[in-house]
Design a protein around this ligand. Structure first.
Ligand code: ADP
Length: 633
């Protein structure tokens, strides 16, 4: 018989299981039962449309049996079973275990995190067993197969005898040590406890033959003599789980831990969720839902591969794994499930889209999520900021997409980094606005640090006005979609009109501009289309130059739009602003007066490139820039 080797990663996990000092080894039972239940789900679903299955709903069950003499624990199901190939693929390699994402650290600490936080599946059996045997017969197959392994050395697959479709898993428990009493897992009492703790909600009965004893009938004589009765053992088949799924239980029965544990298990997350919500709706349509807001964005969340959706059950039977119609795009981060008795079991994906009940449910789910977020923002600010870091971007996309159709619903959920160093809501910003402040100011850039140094912010800051720092690509598009908030318009700090009353300065600058009109024109010409205009700045205080834009497209938008593939390149109408208070201005004037147009042109190019650098934009010709500096030095 050929012994096959486990794939490398599987071997590592297996090794980790075998040497685990994890204190919750008991979870192995939960894992095996949950696999059994999944397997029955699959066959049950088939049985609804396929008479050949030959089983009724009540026939499906998971059986547990323990034998103290041979120290074996058996878990049997009449689910879909596995072919030889499936035994090989599913149990020989971890790649097929959906619940396991390998973490790199292999310290014990990391181990218990992996094991504890969510299911590691089948291999957890090796935490308690020295030998694991799986005998399985797949639906539609005549031959049964046996998979057997004593751990890292490998496994064998051979033909086996088994009459019924399904899977039997036999664990030969490890020997007891001073610290670990594996034999415990053979005690009825312990098994019952584990099932009620971890597997109570499993939809199929978990049955076990339980031995009880009862007193034998006594003769009158013995009774009178006060003799103790004799006892006899008898066997009863007990169902150990209530079979009520978590979401169908009443809220008062459940603790936060129950909800969180269910989440990490079901949705394969390391971390417990930030928030959960349990909806029990008895109206029309009647449905139950469990909704979760994860603490972290899944690794593929902001990619095309990410699939939003909630699990959809009809009367406890899973009919769709990711029903996307239940969630709007801007709440695509929500995980959870919906179970309604008012939905047809055989409903197709296309029919679902038009299902009225489903639309009603979707609307109420959206409302619940929105309320939960608002509550979190109001009462648990820190938690909300954590949420924002993970999923804020998605809400901003939500503002911008669908032509701003949902902006009213979402605008109060937004947070922005403000120049006061905190995250603020628009409402907080507007409430803190000073009486003379006309606009909601914002500045854009790659990072907060970069924006803080932007010369354009000087005038607004000097007036003591708060500025929203926009660092995400979508930000400015979202702001443009909002247009205003509570009747206050948004204004980019580099806009021409900042609504700040500095008439005196403006007139002064205007006069200087007229005086130096020729020089500014010559400079603009020297820039040869790179900037459309050179003007004297009304906003700069200490910096020599800055780059702003005229018209609809701002520099930031130009950056974002041009980063998109395919599109034609777009260019903002650039304006080079020169600070008339800065020494450089006098220098420029003296060059202009001397009539050295060539030198003026060089200065114009140098200043323009400097402005590009400050903006964090690409320099068109670094070599030329470098040569110019040397030349002028
Ligand atoms: P997961 O259940 O997370 O996918 P496991 O390691 O527990 O990972 O199981 C791997 C795969 O083996 C399962 O996805 C399933 O296809 C198969 N499997 C495990 N147990 C059973 C069973 N009792 N009946 C049928 N298939 C099973």
């Amino acid at each position: 018989m050929e012994t096959k080797q486990f794939k490398a990663e599987s071997k590592r996990l297996l090794d980790m299981m075998i040497h685990s000092i994890y204190t919750h080894k008991e979870i192995f039972l939960r894992e095996l039962i949950s696999n059994a239940s999944d397997a029955i789900d699959k066959l049950y679903f088939k049985s609804l449309t396929d008479d050949k299955v030959g089983l009724n709903k009540d026939d499906f069950a998971i059986w547990i049996s323990a034998d103290k003499d041979s120290r074996t624990l058996k878990i049997t199901d009449n689910g879909i079973g596995m072919t030889a190939e499936e035994l090989e693929n599913n149990l020989g390699t971890i790649a097929n275990s959906g619940s396991f994402k390998f973490k790199n650290e292999n310290q014990l600490d990391g181990d218990s995190q992996i094991i504890g936080q969510f299911g590691v599946g089948f291999y957890s059996a090796f935490m308690v067993a020295k030998k694991v045997t799986v005998i399985s017969k797949a639906y539609g197959s005549d031959t049964a197969y046996q998979w057997e392994s004593e751990g890292v050395d490998g496994y064998t697959i051979t033909e086996a005898d088994k009459e019924n479709i399904g899977t039997e898993i036999i664990l030969e428990l490890l020997d007891d040590t001073d610290d670990e009493k594996y034999g415990e897992f053979l005690d009825t009492y312990r098994i019952k406890g584990l099932i009620s703790k971890y597997s109570d909600y499993i939809r199929f009965p978990i049955k076990m033959e339980v031995t009880h004893s009862r007193p034998l009938e006594q003769s009158e004589e013995d009774k009178e003599a006060g003799k103790a009765p004799e006892y006899e053992d008898y066997i009863e088949i007990e169902t150990l789980n209530s079979m009520i799924p978590l979401w169908k239980k009443s809220k008062s029965e459940l603790k936060e831990d129950d909800y969180n544990h269910f989440y990490t298990e079901k949705f394969m997350d390391y971390s417990k969720p930030l928030k959960y919500s349990h909806i029990i709706n008895e109206g029309m349509p009647s449905y139950n839902a469990l909704l979760y807001i994860p603490a972290n964005a899944p690794y593929d969340f902001y990619t095309k591969e990410y699939e939003k959706g909630l699990q959809l059950y009809s009367n406890g039977v899973l009919i769709m794994d990711k029903c996307s119609d239940l969630l709007p795009d801007y709440f695509s981060f929500v995980k959870g499930l919906v179970d309604s008795d008012d939905l047809s079991l055989n409903i197709s994906r296309e029919m679902l889209q038009h299902d009225r009940q489903l639309k009603v449910i979707a609307r109420s789910i959206e409302k619940t999520v929105s309320n939960e977020l608002k509550k979190m923002l109001k009462n648990e600010r820190e938690k909300y900021e954590e949420f924002w870091k993970a999923f804020g971007l998605q809400l901003k996309y939500g503002i911008y997409s669908d032509y701003g159709m949902n902006k009213d619903k979402l605008q109060d959920l937004l947070l922005f980094t403000s120049s006061n160093g905190k995250l603020v809501t628009l409402d907080e910003y507007v409430t803190a606005m000073r009486e003379e402040q006309k606009y909601i100011y914002y500045a854009t850039g790659d990072s907060v640090a970069r924006i803080e140094q932007l010369p354009q912010t000087e005038l607004v800051k000097d007036n003591g006005f708060e500025i929203l720092y926009l660092t995400d690509n979508v930000d400015e598009f979202a702001i443009k979609t909002l247009m205003n908030y509570k009747e206050k318009e948004f204004r980019n700090v580099s806009a021409d009109d900042l609504g700040i009353d500095n008439t005196e300065k403006q007139e002064e600058v205007k006069a200087k501009e007229e005086e130096n009109a020729d020089m500014l024109k010559d400079m603009a010409e020297a820039l040869d289309g790179k900037a459309n205009k050179v003007i004297l700045s009304k906003r700069l205080k200490s910096h020599p130059v800055c780059l702003t834009s005229e018209g609809e497209i701002t520099l930031e938008m130009e950056k974002v739009l041009n980063a998109m593939p395919g599109e034609q390149k777009i260019k903002a109408q650039r304006v080079l602003e020169i600070n008339p208070e800065h020494e450089i201005f006098n220098k420029l004037k003296s060059i202009a007066e001397s009539g050295d147009k060539d030198k003026l042109a060089k200065y114009a190019n140098l200043l323009y490139t400097q402005a590009l650098l400050i903006e964090g934009m690409e320099i068109e010709n670094p070599v030329e820039f470098s040569n110019l500096i040397c030349e002028l030095m």
